[in-house]
Design a protein. Structure first.
Lengths: 202, 384
C-alpha cells in the first residue's frame, strides 16, 4: 500500500519523541552551561608544565632540553635555555627554561610533546573554557601561565599521574644510590642513564 | 567544456532564442549540503544538468609537503585532519605504510585494538553519512539527529581511549599509544549490543519510505565498468556490484580471522549506496563482536621501535586499508633520514569525486545534490 512506509517511519519518530520523556537512551542532550557531563579521564587539550612543591619556579621539572620544541608538529613551542643552573628535585644542578612559550592558537593538542619528554615535565590539561578576546597576547601562554602543580595533574589524570610519579621516584632512588656509591660528581653519566630509563619506560 | 557551453549560450542569445539558453550556475562553496567548502560549476538546461565541473582546493593545507619536512611521527597528528570523521583509520593507514617501510611487527593485542577502533569508525562514519544524505533529500532533522545520537556514544569511546573525540592521534609505528582503560571493553560491548536497535529503527524509518524510494531509486546511476575505470573504491564501488573490499583482498592486519560478508549492490544508484552502507554497518558489528570476544592480553607496542629519532632504512612502501570511504593509501619513499623523501596520500574521497559528472548528467539539480551526498566526501581529504 502506498504510504505504508511513511506511516511506519512516523511511528518511529513518535516512539523517539515520546520516548524522550521517559527514557534516558532517547534523550541524550544536556543543557550545557548549567548541566555538565562528567569529564572523561583521558581528555586532553593543551599542555601545561608540571612543578613539584609550592614554588613554581623552584620546583619546575623542565630542564629546557628543547626536545618538545623540536618534535612539536606545528612548532608552537618556543624555549630559551637559561644561562645559569638551579637544583632540580634530586638536587642536581640543571638548566631551566628562561622563556617557555606555547602559542595555543597554533597548538593542535596532539600530545607528542608529552610522549617525547624524558623528564615528565609537560602534560596535557583538560581545561576547555579558554575563550579570550585577545587573539595575540591572550593566546600566547608564557611559563607562568603554563605552570601547574603536580597535585593538579594527579587530580585530572590520576592513572597517568601515578605512573609518572612512580617513574620519578625510581629515578630519584637511583640517583641517590649513585651519589652515595660514588662521591665523585659524574653528573653527565647520571643524566644519560636517567634519560635512558625515561625513554625505555615510555 | 565549460567554454563551449558558454559559447553556445552566447550564440543562442545572439540568435534571439533567450528562452532556450543554457544557464551556468555555481553551486557552493558555502552551500550547506556541500560537505565543506566545495563548489560545483553546473551548466543547466532548464532543470537538467548538462555539464558539471567539481571545483575544489579551498581547504588545501599542504599536507604532503609539510610531511616531507617533518619527522615520521610528526605527520601522524596531521593524518587525523585528512578525513576528520574517521581519524583512526587514517592513523592506521599511515602506520601500516611506515611499518611496511621499516619492517615493524605489531603485537597481537594492538592489531585487535586497531580492528575494533577502525570498525567503530566505520559505524559512526556510515551512520552520519546516511544522516546527511536524508538531510540532502529534505528530511531535515530526525534521521540526522538519531544517527548523531548514536555517533556520540562511539565518540565517547574514542575520547575515553585516545583523549580526543575526533583528532585521535592514537596509533604509533608498531602498535598503539595507550592500552584500553579500565571499563572500556564493557562500555564498548554495551555500545555494540545497543547499535542494532538503532539500525532497526533507522531502517523502519527509511528503507521502505516511499519518499526515500522515489528520491533515490534510479538516481545517480554508476555502472560497474565506469566505477572500475574511474578508480572508484569503497561502498560506491560495491553498490555498483563490484566485489572489491581491501579487507578481503589484502587481508591487512588480522582481518582474515574474522567472519564477515561484503554487501554488494545491483543497480549502482543512490538507493543501493544507501543500502550497502546500512548492511556494512551490520557486518562491522559482526566483526566487532568477534574482536571484542577474542582480544588477547599482552603488549600494545613493539618493544624495539623507538618513538623519537625514528629512521627507517632507504626504500619505498605503499600501505593501504579499507577506510569507511574507500581505499586509503599512503605511499612513502625513505632516503634513510628522519623525514620521508616523498609522502603521498591516495585519498578515496578525491578519486571517488572524479565520477561525479558522469553520475549527474541529465538529472535535476536536486538529484545532483543527493548523488553528491552519497559519494561521502570529506573536503579535508580531497584537498589535503
Amino acid at each position: 500500500m502506498l504510504g505504508e512506509g511513511i506511516v511506519k517511519g512516523m511511528v518511529e519518530t513518535a516512539r523517539n519523541f515520546f520516548g524522550s520523556y521517559v527514557s534516558k537512551d532517547r534523550l541524550t542532550t544536556v543543557q550545557f552551561p548549567e548541566e555538565r557531563l562528567p569529564s572523561i579521564e583521558a581528555t586532553r587539550d593543551f599542555p601545561f608544565l608540571v612543578y613539584d612543591g609550592e614554588d613554581w619556579q623552584a620546583g619546575m621539572r623542565c630542564v629546557a632540553c628543547q626536545i618538545c620544541e623540536k618534535e612539536c608538529p606545528p612548532k608552537c613551542i618556543y624555549i630559551e635555555k637559561s644561562k645559569d643552573k638551579k637544583a632540580d628535585a634530586v638536587g642536581k644542578p640543571q638548566f631551566y627554561p628562561a622563556v617557555f612559550n606555547i602559542d595555543v592558537s597554533v597548538c593542535m593538542s596532539c600530545q607528542i610533546c608529552v610522549e617525547v619528554c624524558p623528564f615528565e615535565a609537560i602534560k596535557m590539561d583538560n581545561e576547555f573554557e579558554l575563550s579570550t578576546d585577545d587573539r595575540f597576547e591572550g593566546l600566547l601562554w608564557d611559563k607562568a601561565r603554563l605552570s601547574k602543580p603536580n597535585a593538579h595533574y594527579q587530580n585530572i589524570h590520576p592513572t597517568d599521574a601515578a605512573a609518572s610519579d612512580a617513574i620519578l621516584a625510581e629515578e630519584k632512588a637511583k640517583a641517590e644510590a649513585k651519589t652515595k656509591a660514588a662521591a665523585d660528581p659524574k653528573s653527565n653519566a647520571t643524566l644519560a642513564s636517567a634519560l635512558q630509563t625515561a625513554s625505555s619506560t615510555q | 567544456m565549460m567554454e563551449a557551453a558558454i559559447e553556445e549560450l552566447t550564440v543562442r542569445d545572439a540568435a534571439g532564442k533567450g528562452e532556450d539558453a543554457l544557464l551556468e550556475l555555481s553551486l557552493g562553496p558555502h552551500h550547506p549540503s556541500t560537505h565543506g567548502v566545495f563548489r560545483m560549476d553546473v551548466v543547466l538546461d532548464g532543470e537538467r544538468v548538462m555539464r558539471l565541473k567539481p571545483v575544489f582546493g579551498y581547504l588545501h593545507r599542504n599536507h604532503e609537503k609539510i610531511a616531507e619536512g617533518a619527522s615520521y611521527l610528526a605527520s601522524m597528528p596531521y593524518t587525523d585532519r585528512l578525513d576528520y570523521i574517521g581519524s583512526l583509520t587514517n592513523n592506521w593507514a599511515y602506520a601500516l605504510a611506515v611499518e611496511k617501510l621499516a619492517g615493524i611487527e605489531v603485537p597481537e593485542r594492538a592489531e585487535y585494538i586497531r580492528v575494533i577502533t577502525a570498525e567503530l569508525t566505520r559505524l559512526q562514519n556510515h551512520a552520519s553519512t546516511i544522516g546527511f544524505l536524508t538531510q540532502e533529500m529534505g528530511a531535515s532533522g530526525s534521521p540526522l539527529m538519531y544517527s548523531f545520537r548514536e555517533r556520540e556514544k562511539i565518540l565517547d569511546l574514542f575520547e575515553a581511549l585516545t583523549g580526543s573525540r575526533m583528532m585521535c592521534n592514537y596509533m604509533r609505528f608498531g602498535g598503539c599509544r595507550v592500552d584500553l582503560p579500565v571499563g572500556w571493553m564493557d562500555q564498548a560491548r554495551k555500545v555494540v549490543a545497543e547499535f542494532p536497535r538503532f539500525l532497526d529503527e533507522f531502517e523502519r524509518l527509511l528503507t521502505g519510505n516511499e519518499i526515500l524510494l522515489a528520491r533515490t531509486q534510479g538516481v545517480g546511476v554508476l555502472s560497474g565498468e565506469l566505477a572500475i575505470q574511474g578508480g572508484v573504491t569503497g561502498p560506491i564501488l560495491r553498490a555498483s556490484g563490484v566485489n572489491y573490499d581491501i579487507r578481503k583482498v589484502d587481508r591487512y592486519g588480522i582481518y582474515e580471522r574474522f567472519d564477515f560478508k561484503v554487501p554488494l549492490g545491483e543497480h549502482g544508484d543512490v538507493y543501493d549506496r544507501y543500502m550497502v552502507r546500512v548492511l556494512e554497518m551490520r557486518e562491522s558489528l559482526k566483526i566487532l563482536n568477534q574482536a571484542l570476544r577474542d582480544i588477547p592480553a599482552g603488549p600494545i607496542m613493539d618493544a624495539k621501535t623507538k618513538i623519537r629519532g625514528f629512521r627507517p632504512k632507504a626504500g619505498e612502501a605503499y600501505g593501504r586499508i579499507e577506510s569507511a570511504k574507500g581505499e586509503l593509501g599512503f605511499f612513502l619513499i625513505s632516503d634513510g633520514t628522519g623525514n620521508p623523501y616523498r609522502y603521498r596520500v591516495r585519498p578515496p574521497s578525491l578519486i571517488n569525486l572524479t565520477v561525479l559528472e558522469d553520475m549527474c548528467i541529465g538529472s535535476s539539480v536536486a538529484d545532483t545534490i543527493v548523488t553528491f551526498g552519497t559519494i561521502d566526501i570529506v573536503l579535508g581529504e580531497v584537498d589535503r
